[in-house]
Design a protein around this ligand. Structure first.
Ligand SMILES: Cc1cc2nc3c(=O)[nH]c(=O)nc-3n(C[C@H](O)[C@H](O)[C@H](O)COP(=O)(O)OP(=O)(O)OC[C@H]3O[C@@H](n4cnc5c(N)ncnc54)[C@H](O)[C@@H]3O)c2cc1C
Length: 272
């Protein structure tokens, strides 16, 4: 049974931020709602106000600029990212992870931004975005600020967002655009499932970048490795950086084992 809340659907940016400046502490904003409404129904979240962002102008843009990079607006659903030719060409690992997130139906509603703000250790979008050095644009009535994704998520389901703020978009710079790489996700079943553990890797002629999900309270971005780094060097660094736990989906030993297995596979792939 859902608890009572008021539904608000602002149609202007000013209207949204004025509302959040007054009611932010009692409000949950949403776009896809695939996490929020599950949490409300499960009693994990009980906002007085639920604010739909989808009619706010400017939040549904997905665009690429050769200098500024890729911009993924707050209301862009995962399906749009998955099917976007530029994302596939220049940021292939983001597209790969988008295809791993839930089902067609979910992806048509769920957003990339919602996935990041949820800050689940097993969120599919964080590791690839960390590899590409994504930035998070945050705005409120007071203005806007940019935070590196690696600093945005601070713990399990915790971020630096303040109650009066929203994420307006994710910016992915061109630094690593067009590099090779891949995203490997371990699931309990062959179909759609939350990740038991996942690793993203990209490689340029100079550097290898690796991020790991579901193996620590937050997604982990390893320090950069030179292009010549061996899989063993990367695995050694991963071993120090992760702190996997036992849960209903997996033991910590299997998680640690699969992180290393995925690093081996991805390293062989980017070196091929
Ligand atoms: C059946 C099912 C399967 C799933 N499978 C997967 C899976 O395989 N992989 C995976 O990673 N996830 C999975 N999820 C979780 C979920 O679908 C994703 O995390 C999704 O990307 C969330 O996006 P959303 O737009 O629906 O978020 P919402 O529910 O709209 O929002 C999520 C949270 O972020 C806040 N929020 C949303 N947008 C903003 C914003 N712009 N600014 C500030 N705060 C904001 C909301 O208040 C809420 O707290 C699954 C969920 C379900 C129900």
């Amino acid at each position: 049974m859902l608890h009572d809340f008021s539904y608000v659907a602002p149609t202007a940016v000013d209207e949204l931020f004025t509302f959040l400046a007054t009611h932010g502490t009692k409000t949950a904003v949403f776009s896809g709602g695939t996490d929020l409404f599950v949490n409300i129904r499960g009693g994990l979240s009980a906002p007085d106000y639920v604010v739909n962002l989808k009619s706010v102008p400017g939040l549904s843009d997905l665009s690429f600029d050769p200098k500024a990079g890729l911009s993924i607006g707050a209301c862009v659903p995962v399906t749009r990212v998955l099917n976007d030719p530029t994302v596939n060409k220049k940021y292939g690992v983001i597209a790969k992870a988008a295809g791993e997130l839930a089902t067609h139906q979910l992806r048509n509603r769920a957003t990339v931004v919602g996935n990041i703000v949820t800050a689940s250790p097993c969120g599919d979008m964080s590791s690839p975005l960390l590899c590409y050095d994504a930035q998070v644009e945050i705005a409120s009535a007071g203005g806007s600020r940019i935070v590196a994704l690696k600093e945005f998520i601070t713990g399990v389901k915790r971020t630096v967002l303040q109650p009066e703020e929203i994420v307006t978009r994710i910016i992915v710079p061109t630094t690593y655009a067009g590099t090779k790489g891949n995203y490997l996700k371990l699931k309990r079943i062959k179909g759609h499932d939350l990740g038991v553990v996942a690793v993203a890797m990209i490689a340029t002629s100079k550097v290898i970048r690796v991020a790991i999900s579901s193996a620590a309270p937050t997604p982990v971005l390893l320090p950069d490795f030179p292009a010549s780094a061996s899989a063993e060097t990367i695995k050694e660094s991963a071993r120090k950086a992760i702190s996997p736990i036992d849960d209903v989906r997996c033991t910590k030993e299997y998680r640690a084992f699969m992180v290393e297995e995925f690093i081996d596979r991805l390293h062989a792939e980017v070196k091929a």
